[in-house]
Design a protein around this ligand. Structure first.
Ligand SMILES: C[S@@+](CC[C@H](N)C(=O)[O-])C[C@H]1O[C@@H](n2cnc3c(N)ncnc32)[C@H](O)[C@@H]1O
Length: 313
């Protein structure tokens, strides 16, 4: 396969108005132009700017990589990785998953760099669209599930606005994998009739603005993503809103990876329990986390307030 050209995203012109009345919107990338409203059915046509000839359009697949273990990947995700022309991936994708990318595919990393800054989301959106407009089969590989705190929705919207076909292959989200790892279901008859997935981090950084009274209801599980640094604040808010200090909390770090760590504690002891962790971490707060405690470590928790269980199969 020929080497792919570098795509300077600054050359992309989005949603410009076209003078031709048959054309509703155009997106340009290098010498390629995607024209919506130009086809017989008013659909998308990709034109070669040099010859003006229509070309086959590419597409974007938002693919869930799961929490790390390649065995948690769906068969569909594995097939898409093998067939992709280019894979755009970020930080929380496991190495074993990357090994499934076909040998001729180009790999583009857009996660956190040495500077600790990720590629801005707008730039990722433009890159995905630009690659697809080259007629490429683009896989956007994201940790866990693309639609669970993954900004997959923004990427899908960008594709739709450009008229680029975009599909989603679900992945195992880390809260589901954490629940399995700890042996504590997210819902359980008599213990939790509902579960809420929340972010522990506000978009602007710091504590999230959540409905603490609703989250403090008993018999309800709260699964927290991105909540490691704000865990003490989250525990304090829930306790202030009426959730018992003795409410069990399961903490799973690096779910499904070789360095996975599991810990079961209580809401009152949570700040101390997470102090030595560096993440990524899922918190499972609620009565169902107590199933793991009751069966395996309840007595020790009562004595020490927290028990760490590492490397358990
Ligand atoms: C930006 S969110 C992405 C969530 C992802 N889309 C999912 O469905 O799991 C990142 C957060 O997901 C959680 N996470 C992702 N991978 C994880 C893992 N292997 N172990 C524990 N938590 C993980 C952490 O809470 C992390 O801060």
């Amino acid at each position: 396969m020929a080497a792919l050209p570098t795509i300077p995203t600054s050359e992309i012109v989005e949603e410009s108005r076209a003078p031709d009345s048959r054309v509703r919107t155009m997106v340009e990338c290098g010498n390629l132009m995607a024209v919506r409203g130009h086809g017989r059915d008013g659909g998308l046509v990709v034109l070669d700017g040099g010859t003006g000839r229509a070309m086959a359009g590419g597409c974007i697949w938002l693919v869930g990589a799961g929490p790390g273990d390649p065995e948690l990947l769906t068969l569909k995700a594995a097939r898409l990785l093998g067939e992709a022309d280019v894979v755009v991936y970020d930080r929380l994708v496991g190495d074993g998953v990357l090994d499934l990318i076909g040998p001729s595919a180009r790999r583009l990393y857009v996660g956190k760099r040495k500077s600790n800054h990720s590629v801005p989301q707008d730039e990722v959106n433009r890159l995905l669209v630009a690659l697809a407009l080259q007629g490429l089969n683009v896989v956007r590989l994201k940790g866990g599930d693309p639609f669970m705190f993954g900004r997959g929705g923004e990427e899908m919207q960008a594709a739709r606005e450009a008229g680029v076909p975009c599909h989603v292959a679900s992945g195992v989200s880390s809260a589901l994998a954490a629940s399995a790892a700890i042996g504590a279901p997210l819902t359980h008859r008599g213990l939790a009739q509902s579960v809420t997935f929340v972010t522990g981090h506000a978009a602007s950084g710091g504590e999230p603005d959540l409905d603490w009274a609703a989250l403090a209801r008993p018999n309800h599980t709260v699964a927290v993503y991105m909540g490691l640094t704000t865990a003490p604040a989250i525990a304090a808010r829930l306790i202030a809103a009426g959730r018992a200090r003795s409410t069990p909390v399961a903490v799973v770090e690096n779910v499904s990876r070789e360095n996975e760590r599991r810990l079961v504690t209580t809401l009152g002891a949570l700040p101390e329990a997470v102090a030595s962790l560096s993440g990524p971490v899922i918190l499972v707060i609620g009565e169902t986390a107590g199933l793991a405690m009751v069966e395996e470590i309840d007595a020790r928790i009562r004595k020490t307030g927290t028990v760490s269980r590492e490397g358990q199969a």
